[in-house]
Write a protein that binds this ligand. Structure first.
Ligand code: NAD
Length: 434
């Protein structure tokens, strides 16, 4: 028999209901972002369901022999969100925080990103839940090779093409290419991008994410009439994406006041010199070894700067800290750094947020160039890569800004309307099999 509920004490009945904690699961907020665009596009419920689910999700056990000869088993993922516009494409992350939901979110964002810059790929992502920094180089190699052999059934230059992401490098991509090639019996350069140049990598791929991000900042600044010379910036995350963005900003005359990595940040009100930060990082493994006032990652986000570049992980700009963020432009070099609630707060403050699927699309754009070069066995000079990249990002920025203006919304929803619309069109034209 159902028990009668006791009436709530008066004090509890009167209390204002506390705000539910913000959902920081990246897949949940990727779906909220998608829904906003789907509402503008008036997508029917079947199409919404189709585009909000990943096409394939592969979970693998990755056993490796550690240097101490003991066996350890890691969990790996490869998720393909969509192949409606071409083979799926997306990076591989080695990080202790990797979960299936994170990989699903990142795969979905890849689909939208490829559509924003109008390249013929769908979206995918992969990862292993591992503290990669605690592994030796040999353990990294065995982990990468075994993971590649476990997911090889879904890879191929015409099926699914990985690339680097957090804590994976061109060397990891070389091992992926070699392992996959060994299973085929011949060299398949186009199965992975972000490779070292002697193995079919592209000139300019290493800096491409940052270069695209810088070009998008330049576009935003021009429209706001903010001169880059003398402007100020802070960059969270000093890896492949963040370190090169900091350098490009410095070269354009921006004073980079603060940078950080997983160990914390440094600040100098006169501006840091990236050359010195790089030297300290090379020597001691962290930017905090460079000279400057020590600050936390949380403090960095709230500094009074013109340009803020989150270039590390998801959900760092939330409902909680968004009201205190002072930057005029936020350029999302990282994927998913801003939650939907934070987006609303920033929009109401007039902050220009250049969304991840535009701000960091330079990486996949040059990955596309690399794939084309591998398939043709004809390699381009760095200036050709740079010219094509810059043109792609400026055109994408214009398309996104125009879509956002037409629908009276922010750049993120504008980018999503453009991208989801393109993927929906491809899906509709293909029709549903069988
Ligand atoms: P990376 O491994 O080269 O660098 C990651 C950096 O983030 C390191 O400096 C690390 O110390 C720092 N970091 C890790 N945890 C942190 C934390 N909790 N707080 C602050 N800093 C932290 O990775 P990357 O390739 O530069 O990727 C960074 C972001 O850019 C990710 O969101 C990734 O998905 C995105 N991205 C990368 C590419 C690419 O081509 N590499 C392309 C598109 C998007």
């Amino acid at each position: 028999m159902a028990q009668k509920r006791k009436p709530a004490p008066a004090a509890r009945r009167k209390a204002t209901p506390a705000l539910a904690p913000e959902n920081l699961n990246p897949y949940e907020f990727a779906l909220r972002q998608f829904d906003r665009a789907a509402d503008f596009l008036k997508l029917d419920s079947g199409t919404r369901e189709l585009l909000s689910q990943p096409k394939r999700q592969l979970i693998v056990s990755v056993p490796i022999k550690m240097d101490n000869k003991k066996i350890k088993v890691f969990t790996g993922y490869r998720v393909q969100h969509s192949i409606a516009r071409g083979p799926s494409k997306g990076g591989i992350r080695f990080h202790p925080g990797v979960t299936l939901d994170e990989v699903k979110a990142l795969a979905m964002w890849m689909t939208w990103k490829c559509a924003v810059v109008n390249i013929p790929f769908g979206g995918a992502k992969g990862g292993i839940t591992v503290d990669a920094k605690a592994l030796s180089m040999d353990e990294n190699e065995r982990l990468t090779r075994r993971y590649t052999s476990e997911i090889a059934i879904v890879l191929g230059h015409d099926r699914d093409i990985p690339a680097p992401d957090v804590y994976t490098t061109p060397q990891h991509m070389a091992w992926i290419m070699d392992t996959f090639s060994m299973t085929q019996g011949y060299s398949t350069l186009g199965v992975v991008t972000g490779k070292p140049i002697p193995l079919g990598g592209s000139a300019g791929r290493n800096e491409a994410t940052a270069e695209g991000c810088f070009v998008s900042i330049d576009e935003a600044a021009k429209r706001m009439r903010l001169g880059l010379k003398g402007a100020t910036a802070a960059v969270q995350g000093y890896g492949n994406a963040g370190s090169h963005v900091a350098r490009f900003l410095e070269e354009a005359g921006v004073k980079v006041l603060a940078v950080s990595d997983s160990r914390g940040g440094i600040y100098d009100k006169k501006g840091l010199r990236t050359e010195l930060v790089n030297a300290a990082k090379d020597k001691k493994g962290t930017v905090t070894a460079a000279s400057g006032q020590k600050i936390s990652n949380a403090e960095l986000l709230e500094l009074p700067v013109d340009i803020l570049v989150p270039a590390a992980l998801e959900a760092v700009i939330t409902r909680e800290n968004a009201p205190r963020i002072k930057a005029k432009i936020i350029a999302e070099a990282a994927n998913g750094p801003t939650t939907p609630d934070a987006d609303d707060i920033l929009r109401s403050k007039g902050t220009v947020v250049i969304p991840d699927i535009l701000a960091n699309a330079g990486g996949v754009t040059v990955s596309y160039f690399e794939w084309v070069q591998d398939l043709y066995s004809f390699f381009w000079d760095a200036d050709v890569v740079r010219t094509h990249l810059e043109r792609s990002i400026r055109r994408a920025y214009e398309d996104v800004a125009e879509t956002a203006r037409r629908h009276d919304t922010n750049l993120r929803t504008g980018a999503l309307i453009l991208a989801v619309g393109r993927v929906e069109e491809a899906t509709r034209l293909r029709g549903l099999f069988p």
